[in-house]
Design a protein around this ligand. Structure first.
Ligand SMILES: CC(C)(COP(=O)(O)OP(=O)(O)OC[C@H]1O[C@@H](n2cnc3c(N)ncnc32)[C@H](O)[C@@H]1OP(=O)(O)O)[C@@H](O)C(=O)NCCC(=O)NCCS
Length: 201
């Protein structure tokens, strides 16, 4: 390790437009190597034929991976190799323009005797919505919560008008336990229901 950074970072670029950020990341991350597709010859340290198989091999070999691509591609590529969360390398997805496209956080829903149920929060930049970032973040967070020993996950306040979120959580196994009548004061729609959503892990 160099300070807090591992020395075996693989910066993986998927297309020709990711090269600019890829090279900046290689410069910023000492000892890192730039991996790019053989079909777009560039200043790659290593080139690959098939992205998913290559990313999977890198992960299996213990490389920290910074992918200049959608989070979903990385998650699907490393999923077959996930085994020991606390020992496996970090995997980070960055957008081609270097922007943060979404965030997720995980915490106990309550303290003390309620701390075995997780709660989580998600936010995706509207400019990157509808591209699978929210689903990938949620699937990853559910996996983390399970690995951390939580028994269930609960969302205490999902506005019923947030139909994209409600449908996404339902597709991931959450059910609506109850709806607080007029529990949310929507700026345009007035007083609307507020769902409590829950799933076992
Ligand atoms: C909820 C949220 C995290 C979803 O993130 P996202 O990256 O857009 O979600 P995904 O791209 O993974 O899409 C999930 C599903 O919603 C659908 N979807 C996403 N945006 C949509 C839209 N504007 N209209 C219709 N459907 C939409 C997608 O088609 C996808 O469905 P599918 O997987 O069945 O094809 C995001 O909308 C958000 O940040 N909202 C504001 C904050 C928020 O509401 N957080 C949750 C509070 S409970």
């Amino acid at each position: 390790m160099t300070g807090l950074l591992p020395e075996d970072i693989a910066v993986v670029v998927l297309g020709p437009t990711g090269g600019v950020l890829g090279r900046r990341l290689r410069t910023a991350l000492p000892g890192s190597r730039l991996h790019g597709p053989r079909t777009y010859p560039d200043d790659w340290d290593e080139s690959y034929e098939r992205a998913a198989a290559h990313i999977g091999r890198l992960f299996e070999a213990g490389h920290t991976i910074v992918g200049v691509c959608a989070a979903g591609i990385l998650i699907r590529s490393v999923a077959p190799f996930l085994a020991k969360k606390r020992e496996e390398p970090a995997v980070v997805a960055v957008a081609e323009d270097g922007a943060v496209v979404g965030t997720a956080e995980l915490h106990p829903n309550l303290g003390g005797p309620g701390a075995h149920i997780a709660n989580a929060g998600f936010m995706v930049d509207p400019a990157h919505a509808g591209r699978g970032v929210g689903r990938a973040l949620a699937e990853h967070t559910i996996g983390l919560a399970r690995a951390d020993g939580y028994r269930a996950m609960q969302f205490n306040a999902v506005a019923s008008t947030n139909t994209v979120a409600v449908a996404l959580w339902q597709s991931l196994g959450f059910e609506i336990l109850a709806t607080v009548p007029e529990g949310f004061h929507h700026p345009d729609k007035g007083y609307v229901g507020l769902h409590i959503m829950y799933r076992r892990l």
